[in-house]
Design a protein around this ligand. Sequence first.
Ligand code: SF4
Length: 486
Amino acid sequence: MEIFLVGHEYKYAAEQSMLVLYPNERPVYPDAPSGENAVTLTIRRGGRFASCVCELSVEGVKSRGESRVLLSALTDKVAEDRLLQRAVKNSFFKAAVNGGHPAPDWGSLTGVRPGKLFLSLLREGKSERQAVSHFRREFGVSEERTELVRETTRATLRAQESLKSEDVCLYLGIPFCPTRCAYCSFVSIEASRSLKLLPEYLAAQEREMEAVAKALEQSGRHIAAVYIGGGTPTTLNAEQLDRLCFRTRQLFDLSRNREFTVEAGRPDTVTAEKLCALRDNGVSRVSVNPQTMSDSVLAAIGRRHSVEDIYKAMELVQSVGGFEVNMDLIAGLPGDNAEQLADSVRKLIAFAPENITVHTLALKKGSRLTVEGTALPGGDEVRAMLDAANALLRGDGFAPYYLYRQKFMSGSFENVGWTKPGHENLYNICIMEELCGILSVGAGGSTKLVKEGTVARLMAPKYPREYIDRMDTVCAAKDKIVEFYR
Ligand code: SF4
C-alpha cells in the first residue's frame, strides 16, 4: 500500500494500522500516487484542535476518516507524539470501516498491551466505567475484548497492590527443545543435535546466576517470583534440573518468594524423576503445554508427541503432586476448527488445572508454517475458536488475568491467561504490565529494571555458544543492576 504522510512523520503508527487492517499489504513510500491501494494521512492544527484526516483508497473504493485531539492536551513532546499517533490510528480505522472493512475486534488499537492503555486512562482520573466507554467509543474495541481488558486490568491492580517496592522477578532461560514446532522461530536448539553444549551452557548460566544474586543482594532487592522458561526446561535430565533448582534456592534469597514456576512445555519430556526433582526443590507450579488435544493438529505442527503423551504427562504431574498447573492451547493452528478447539478446552478443563492460557497463533517469519505457506484457519474461524474457548472457560469458573497481543496474529486477536480465583501467576502479570524489575539469566535474556516509572534494559547474547563465550562480559554488566537501584 502506498503511504503518504503530510504534516508529520508517524510512519510506525501508519504501518501498524495498515498491517492490522490489511495484513497482505506491505508499505511503500512513492513520491506520487500511482493509482494502486493508497492511504494519505494528514495532520493539521487549527482553532482548538489538531486533526488527522485519513483518505483511503482500496481496490477502487475511496473512504475518509477523521480523528482530532485538543491542542491543550499536547503538553509536551511525549504527550504530543502519543496523542497524535493515536489520532493517526483512529482516523485510519474510521476510514477503513467507512469504506466497508469489517470493524476489527480491537478497533484501532495495534499495541501489544491494551491493558497499559486502559490503566493509563484510569491514572488520568477516568472511572472504570468511563475507561470502558472510551475503549468502546473512541477506539472501537468490541464489547468482548473491552471486557477482557477490564478484567485483566483489575488483576493487574491487585498484583500491583501486593508488591513491595523492592520486589523483582527472576527468569531463568533454557533455550533448548527436543524438536522444533512448525510455528516457532525461537532461537532454541534441538537437544538431539546439541547435547554436548548443554553442560557448558548450564555451567555458564550458573556463573551468571552468581553474578545476578550478588547484584541483587547489593541492591537490597527481593525476589517475589521465579520462572524457568524456554525453550523447554524439561529437556534437561532430572539431575540437571535438580542442580538448576537447587542452585537457584542456594544462591538467591527466596524468603519472600511467592511462586516458583517451571515450564514442562513438551509433554514428551516429562518424567516422574524430573517432577520429583522439581517438587523437592520447592517448585510450586508447572506449565504443561499441549497446544491442542487433536492428534492430527499435533502432527501438523510437528510436535512429535501424541494426545496420549499429554494424558501420561498429566497423570505423572498429578501423582507426584504438590504443583499448581498451567496448560497452554493455541487457536488458529493448521487443520484446527472451532469445534475441535472447544473439544481441546473441555479436555483441558477435565484435568482441573489452576490456569489455562489460550494463545492465538502468531505467524513468525522464520517458522516452518510461514516458509512453507501452510493453509491456516481465517480470522472468522479464529474468532469462533476464541469465543468458544472463552465461553467454556468462563462457564467453568475461570477468569482472564493477563492479556497481550503480538504482531502477525491470526485475525489480530490476543493471548489470554485464564485462572481459577486466587491462582493468578504473578510473574506473568509483572512481565506484561512492567510492574517490577525482571532479572533474566540465560542466552537471549532481556533484563528489565523498573524503578519509579524508569525502565532500563540489559540484553544477554542471543545464541548459546556466544553466551557461553562472552560470560565474563555478561557477568561484568551486572554492575549496572547495582547502579540502577542505587
Ligand atoms: S516448544 Fe516452544 S520454544 Fe520449543 S520449538 Fe516448540 S514453540 Fe519453539
